[in-house]
Design a protein. Structure first.
Length: 249
């Protein structure tokens, strides 16, 4: 039997990149998945590629709490409840903090941090009603060492780590496990837009394994964290980074 047969999940930022890989991994294991994404063009492409009955796309900007609540409530009603949540949506821009504009900082916080808060708020009553469940937040190895021009991004991911630990304690008594994944550099369209070829090679060369993690490997790790195999794991941040954190920047 597939690992997540009969289960349901919400994945934010599920239209592309790591979010798409996680949603695909869940669907492949028999899970019904709601994909929340604000990119209309990406959304249309994604809708056409979803497996019959397995995917439920929602055009949703997670920075807007009302949109998130509507999408999560609608999905839970359609499929009869909610078991898992993956908070993956992110907006990022790399530049020196001294020159980063207010609108960019606001957007990064609104999507990356507030979007996670809104989704957890919307999902928690459904997870409680289900008798428990699992949440996976997306952190980053940028929490563990400095990344050039990534002050705001790193600060947001540090907050995600703290939120993960806090919610693991707060929700544990209700049978809800909360963990995080901290991918290393992963070649996705979004990441490739801000990292040069030379930058990718520099990152690869610093990993003890001599390679970078793939989006599909992050997806497989998310499946593990929500599955029964991880039933006693909560409040942790699991690094998927080919060892770049232990080798240092």
């Amino acid at each position: 039997m597939k690992k997540l047969t009969g289960k349901t999940a919400v994945v934010t930022g599920g239209g592309g990149g790591i979010g798409r890989a996680i949603a695909d991994a869940f669907a492949a294991e028999g899970c019904k998945v709601a994909l929340l994404d604000h990119d209309a063009a990406l959304f249309e492409q994604r809708s056409a590629s979803l497996p019959p009955g397995g995917g439920h796309p929602y055009l949703c900007d997670v920075s807007d709490r009302r949109q998130v609540v509507r999408a999560v409530d609608d999905f839970a009603e359609r499929v009869g409840g909610l078991d898992f949540v993956v908070n993956n949506a992110v907006y990022f821009s790399y530049s020196p903090l001294a020159v980063m504009t207010e609108d960019v900082i606001d957007r990064m916080i609104d999507v990356g941090l507030k979007g996670t808060l809104w989704t957890m708020q919307a999902a928690t009553p459904h997870l409680v009603a289900r008798g428990g469940g699992a949440v996976v937040n997306l952190s980053s190895v940028a929490v563990s060492f400095a990344v050039r021009h990534a002050a705001v991004y790193s600060a947001i991911k540090g907050a995600i780590d703290a939120l993960t630990r806090q919610q693991a304690v707060e929700l544990g008594a209700q049978g809800i496990r909360v963990n995080a994944l901290a991918p290393g550099p992963v070649s996705t369209p979004g990441a490739r837009s801000v990292i040069t070829d030379e930058g990718w090679e520099a990152r690869r060369s610093r990993t003890p394994l001599g390679r970078l993690a793939t989006a599909e490997e992050v997806g497989a790790s998310a499946v593990f964290l929500v599955s029964e195999a991880a039933a006693s794991i909560t409040g942790v941040t699991l690094k998927i980074d080919a060892g770049i954190t232990v080798s240092g920047p």
